[in-house]
Each structure stands twice: as C-alpha cells, then as structure tokens.
Design a protein around this ligand. Structure first.
Ligand code: 4AZ
Length: 277
C-alpha cells in the first residue's frame, strides 16, 4: 500500500473517531506546510530518524480504529503505556472519540508483525484543560484498556528541565512514507524562550516543551507520531517527558516540534489514575 492510500485511511480513521475540527485544522496545517516545503526537508529520513529495534521502546503503542485491515493500515496516532492497563496519548488524537472507536497496538515495533497485540479501550479521559489557555495547551488524554498489556511501562518525568538528550519515536510520516516499523530520532531541546520566539503567542510554556534543530531542521516528529512519546534517557532508564503534539510542518528550520510537557499536568494524570483504581 502506498503513502497516499495510507494517508486517506488515516484521515478516514480520524473522521471515524470523530476528531474535532481543531485536530483536522492542525493536521491540515502540517500537510499544507509539507506540500509547500522544499523537497530537501523530506528526503532525509519520524523525520531524520532510523528504524527502532524490537524492544527499544516496549511502552510505545499505536492507536488505531477497530475493524478491518492491518494494524499499520488502521494506526493514526501513537501512545505510551504508563501502567499495565493505561495508555497516555494526545488529547487531539481522541478529542471527540468514544472508547469503542479506539484500539491499541502493542508488542512490536512492526505493525505488520504477528506479534502485535490489539487491545480494546474501555474508558477514556481527555484533559479538561485541553486548548486552555491557548490552542493545543494540555494536549493529553488517558486510555483505560479493556485488559492489561504485557509490556514494560515507562515512568513519567514530573519535573520540567532543560534536557541534554531527548528522543521521540513513532509510525508517523518519515517524509517519504508512513513506515511499517516505528522510527526514532534524537531531537535537541529548545528553550521556552526560543520556542515562544518561533511561535509567538502560541506556546503555553507550562504545558508545552519544544524540541528540534532550530538552525538546520531535519529532525522531528511528524503527522502520525502525535500522541507518542518524547523521552530522556536518564542514566540508561528512559523517562517520558512529553507527548508529540504539534508544529508548523515537520523538521523545518525555525519551526520546532511542540510536545505536551508531562511535568505541567502530572498531578492531574495521577488524579485520573486514582479514580480508575
Ligand atoms: C501532526 O500533524 C504533527 N513536527 C505532529 C508533530 C508535528 C507536526 C505535526 C511536529 O500530527
């Protein structure tokens, strides 16, 4: 199946899941920017990355629609397992969806592999403060799975920091395709001040963190990676510090990727989890 076909399915999945106008508008922004961007931005191989090894990010899951087709054909966002039966993803991925519109793919970086486990979603919680105080602020949601999944969960980073190293991963656009095997890439940390300069009036520093190569571009998350993790490999143990959220285009110099920053809403996550126990 070619990229165009996957793209159509992906949009179809979004509509089927009842994604709101805001999410579609953001997807549109990314798609339009991609069309307008110089081709060179998209020849590099997530953008600028490489295929993830099996087991590299056990908590990385795909979010998709139930029904016909392979997991790769149905995947439209990413997510991270943070407890045996809980996935953290982006609010804009599931904004107007019902639990029954969603399934989670775990167990392999390869979405065409027989090892992929498909799990139904029993309940979902979209952040009350999503889009407050600015569009895309507090872009997080929790999915309660119908059954636990047998993968290692990732710990949450609960304090904001200037990170030495960050990496992000997912099945999103590499610039030339939607890969079957998840890609990952290292992305430089971008300060709140630099991010606010890049996107004046659009950054809520309390709930967003930015990453990318401001000067050169070339490395970024992109459409389809939304909801997936941005992590810091602190002392060999990966910690989840953010959620792929938005950006203007992908991997463009001056337009960093924007991530929902866990530290800004870790307390609110804990409250939802406590209510689910
Ligand atoms: C998207 O449309 C998207 N470059 C995700 C991440 C980024 C841009 C767009 C960041 O899902």
């Amino acid at each position: 199946m070619d990229k165009q076909r996957k793209h159509l399915i992906r949009l179809g999945a979004g509509v089927a899941a009842g994604l709101g106008a805001a999410a579609l508008a953001w997807a549109g922004t990314a798609a339009n920017a991609a069309t307008d961007a110089p081709e060179s931005d998209f020849e590099a191989q997530i953008i600028g990355g490489q295929p993830a090894e099996e087991g590299q990010y056990p908590w990385l899951v795909g979010l998709g629609s139930p029904g016909e087709g392979t997991p790769w054909e149905r995947q439209f966002c990413g997510g991270s397992v943070i407890a045996a039966d809980v996935v953290l993803t982006a609010a804009h991925c599931v904004e107007d969806a019902s639990a029954g519109d969603l399934v989670v793919f775990s167990g392999s970086v390869d979405l065409e592999s027989d090892a992929v486990v498909e799990t139904a979603v029993a309940d979902l919680h979209v952040a009350d403060s999503f889009n407050d105080p600015v569009a895309m602020a507090n872009d997080w949601a929790l999915l309660k799975l119908a059954e636990p999944v047998d993968v290692e969960p990732i710990a949450l980073g609960t304090e904001a920091a200037a990170y030495d190293a960050l990496e992000t991963a997912g099945w999103g656009n590499t610039g030339s395709e939607y890969p079957v095997v998840a890609e990952w890439v290292e992305v430089p940390f971008v300060s709140d001040a630099d991010c606010e300069s890049a996107y004046p009036g659009e950054v809520d520093a309390a709930s967003m963190l930015c990453a990318g190569d401001l000067a050169n571009g070339g490395v970024d998350s992109c459409q389809g990676d939304s909801g997936g993790p941005i992590m810091t490999p602190a002392g060999g143990e990966q910690v989840l510090v953010g959620i792929v959220s938005w950006g203007y285009g992908c991997a463009e110099a001056g337009n960093p990727g924007v991530y929902a920053e866990i530290a800004g809403f870790a307390g609110a996550i804990d409250e939802v989890l406590a209510g689910w126990e």
